[in-house]
Design a protein around this ligand. Structure first.
Ligand code: SF4
Ligand code: F3S
Ligand code: FES
Length: 232
């Protein structure tokens, strides 16, 4: 079947404004949007720019707005999208070219929560042990692939791009709730700042956007409570 793929094109080095470009692409129902983008790039228009790496929902590099919804192009199937498929870059991040956005600010927010184990205590002779029950507490937040679908779906982030965003808070959650970690207070600086997690208005867009099924809003609320009660 022939599918119409409508892509938001923009090369800020050449044009001030973006514009739509339409391609007619031969597709199967089980093709992914990433397959369609490849067909365009390889056989119709090599100037089309987009990111991808794993092709299987693991690397997080091909999040984009597909038919108005943040999704991974490698997981979005043609059969669920209809004959007209509209693709745009993630909202709220500067466009480098076409579907490629600048992720610098996103990763700066990620780094600001110190996404690594913090524990200055003398380690045991062999390893820091953790029970399966304690591991389960932060299991969902380990599934984050840093795709930015959550942060770029958040209305607070659209209004104020300096908001740390849900993805960074999920990363903070992954370590704050790790029974071996002692870094809550070190992470508070970024989380408690005027651009931190108190800006969240529980809009839930982030939870709906997450391709990994992470209950993002719940994680944010748990981090808020951890900061209020500081029981670590
Ligand atoms: Fe992507 Fe989900 Fe991680 Fe947000 S929480 S960056 S949507 S995987
Ligand atoms: Fe934004 Fe998610 Fe909070 S969409 S307002 S970070 S619940
Ligand atoms: Fe890696 Fe889609 S290409 S998540």
């Amino acid at each position: 079947m022939q599918v119409t793929l409508k892509v938001m094109r923009h090369d800020p080095a050449k044009n001030a404004k973006p514009g739509w470009q339409t391609y007619s692409v031969e597709a199967e129902p089980m093709d992914r949007v990433l397959d369609l983008l490849h067909k365009v790039k390889w056989y119709q228009d090599s100037s089309l720019a987009f990111r991808r790496s794993c092709g299987h929902g693991i690397c997080g590099s091909d999040a984009m707005v597909i038919n108005g919804v943040n999704q991974l192009a490698c997981k979005a199937l043609v059969k669920n999208l209809g004959m007209l498929i509209q693709v745009e870059p993630l909202h709220g991040l500067p466009v480098e070219k076409d579907l490629i956005v600048n992720m610098e600010g996103f990763f700066a927010a990620y780094r600001s929560v110190k996404p690594y184990l913090i524990n200055e205590e003398q380690p045991p002779e062999r390893e820091r042990l953790q029970s399966p029950e304690d591991r389960a507490v932060f299991d969902t937040s380990t599934k984050c692939i840093l795709c930015a679908a959550c942060t770029t779906s958040c209305p607070v982030f659209w209004v104020n791009g300096s908001y740390i965003g849900p993805a960074a808070i999920v990363q903070a959650h992954r370590f704050i709730f790790d029974s071996r970690d002692k870094g809550l207070r070190e992470r508070m600086q970024a989380l408690n700042a005027s651009t931190g997690l108190w800006r969240c208005r529980t809009a839930y867009n982030c939870t709906e956007a997450c391709p990994r099924g992470i209950p993002v809003t719940k994680a944010i609320e748990e981090v808020k409570r951890a900061m209020i009660y500081d029981r670590f």
